[in-house]
Every structure is written in structure tokens, then in C-alpha cells.
Design a protein around this ligand. Structure first.
Ligand code: IPE
Ligand code: IPE
Ligand code: MG
Length: 253
């Protein structure tokens, strides 16, 4: 198994890949239910899809891939399912970290560490530490992540600086808030993909998604693969990003 970037598949122009793709990996439970399998089997197959997609993203020239692995709202699921999801994260890091590192993938983690088991915090820290110098691709793992909490944390830190007399409230701009989020050095996602047909953000990267293109695909996450990623990128390339300006044709005329 390798995550290394191989030559792009025929017909794919590497330069057309968005720099930062973020994925809401949804539909593991429905994938399993459709096959009469327990939800946990859907999650297990979801990890296999993740391996495929990390490799495919590298091959397509994606520089940053962010994956939504566990949301702050997923604590409302049964304890047994939460245990399964945490077990899969443990196994993913233990089994795949060496390969990710060998293939030049830098791992970053966003979300709350408070409330996570010490061994999970240790593994996440180890993954970040080992891979911090890698430059082929960045894999941002959103674990125990919620956008509202992330923004609230930024507000708390800024409020503390004001309370301590270190900051003028008027100095707080959108850029300032961006610098106080969990991964201030990572550019905003160009493309956000959600699998399994739901059309919502579910508290994922709400600040960073201001001008992301959103692509919703009907495929359940365990069935997602490199071809599906290419399809979503092709849809992205058909969009025109205007950032509040005028359409290119209009502007040129
Ligand atoms: C995504 O699949 C995995 C996580 C949210 C952790 P789901 O478990 O949400 O699957 P569905 O949406 O119930 O099918
Ligand atoms: C979003 O999926 C969270 C992850 C993919 C980790 P959910 O399945 O939790 O979202 P909702 O509940 O359908 O909005
Ligand atoms: Mg879901």
C-alpha cells in the first residue's frame, strides 16, 4: 500500500485539481443498513474508502485534504458506536501512520482535544509530530470538531487579550479571527464534498467555507473512490468562482 503520488490517471489534468478539498464522509450507516450489516461494518469500510481517497487526492495533485471524522455532535450517538469510531481512529493511526509518513503526507488535527481519551490525544499528537516536516500533501483530520466551538474558542482567546489590555477591540478583523482558528496556516477549502446525498454542512468549517464550492454526491462514503473524487473535481471545474465580483465574461465586456 502506498499513498505516494503516482502519475495522474489518463485524461486527468493535475493542474485542474483544487488546492484544498474537504470531505464530509457521510453515509457509513446507510451503506451498512442497505446490506443488512451492522453500522460498525459501514465505518470499517469507510476507513478503507479513506485510504483510497487519500491516495487518489495525492495522485490528482490536491495539496490539502481535510476529512470530517467525528463531529462535536456525534457524541449524541450510542456509546458503543462512539467506541467503534474511536477504535477505528486508533487503528488507522497505528496501521497507516508509517505509510503516510513515508509518502510525504503531513498530518494535522483540528477539533477539541479536551474530553478525548489520553491515548487518542497521544496518537493524534504523535501523528502530527512525526509528519510535521512533510510537504507532498497535508491531511487535516477534523476529529471531535465543530465549527461553532472553533469560532467560540477564537472569540474567547481574543476577549482574553482585550481583558488583559493587550488588544484593542477595533483591531479584530475577519483576518484576525481566521488566525485564531485551529489551523490558521491552512488556506480555506476550494471544494467541499459531502457524500450520501445530505445537503448541509453539519457544523463543518463554517467560517472557512464562505467561498468554497459545495458538491453533494449521492454515493455512500464506503463506496467513494478515486473516480468519484475525479467526478466531484470535474464538477468543481465547471463552476465559476466569483468571490462577489462579476462573471468573467461580463467583466471582460
Ligand atoms: C459517517 O457516516 C460517519 C460519521 C458521522 C462518524 P454516518 O455514521 O453518519 O452514516 P449515516 O449518515 O448514518 O448513514
Ligand atoms: C457529519 O455527519 C459528521 C461527520 C461526517 C463526521 P453526520 O451524519 O453526523 O451529520 P448529520 O447528523 O446527518 O447532520
Ligand atoms: Mg450521517
Amino acid at each position: 500500500m502506498s499513498y505516494a503520488a503516482a502519475p495522474a490517471p489518463n485524461g486527468t489534468d493535475r493542474t485542474n485539481a483544487p488546492s484544498h478539498v474537504a470531505i464530509i464522509m457521510d453515509g457509513n450507516g446507510r451503506w451498512a443498513a442497505a446490506r443488512g450489516l451492522p453500522r460498525t461494518e459501514g465505518h470499517r469500510r469507510g476507513v478503507e474508502a479513506l485510504r483510497r481517497v487519500v491516495r487518489a487526492a495525492g495522485e490528482l495533485g490536491v495539496r490539502t485534504l481535510t476529512i470530517f471524522s467525528f463531529s462535536s455532535e456525534n457524541w449524541s450517538r450510542p456509546a458503543s458506536e462512539i467506541g467503534d469510531l474511536f477504535g477505528l481512529l486508533r487503528r488507522f493511526i497505528r496501521n497507516d501512520l508509517a505509510t503516510l509518513h513515508r509518502d510525504g503526507v503531513r498530518v494535522r488535527v483540528i477539533g477539541e482535544r479536551d474530553g478525548l481519551a489520553p491515548d487518542i490525544c497521544g496518537l493524534l499528537g504523535e501523528a502530527e509530530e512525526l509528519t510535521r516536516g512533510n510537504t507532498k500533501m497535508t491531511l487535516v483530520v477534523a476529529f471531535n470538531y465543530g465549527s461553532r466551538q472553533e469560532i467560540a474558542n477564537a472569540a474567547q482567546r481574543l476577549a482574553q487579550e482585550v481583558a488583559d489590555g493587550k488588544r484593542d477591540p477595533a483591531s479584530i478583523t475577519p483576518d484576525t479571527i481566521g488566525r485564531y482558528l485551529d489551523a490558521p496556516d491552512i488556506p480555506d477549502p476550494d471544494l467541499i464534498i459531502r457524500t450520501s446525498g445530505e445537503q448541509r454542512l453539519s457544523n463543518f468549517l463554517m467560517w472557512q467555507a464562505a467561498y468554497s464550492e459545495l458538491v453533494f454526491v449521492p454515493i455512500h462514503w464506503p463506496d467513494f473512490d478515486g473516480a468519484a473524487l475525479e467526478g466531484a473535481i470535474a464538477e468543481y471545474n465547471r463552476r465559476e468562482r466569483r468571490f462577489g465580483g462579476l462573471a468573467t465574461k461580463t467583466a471582460a465586456s
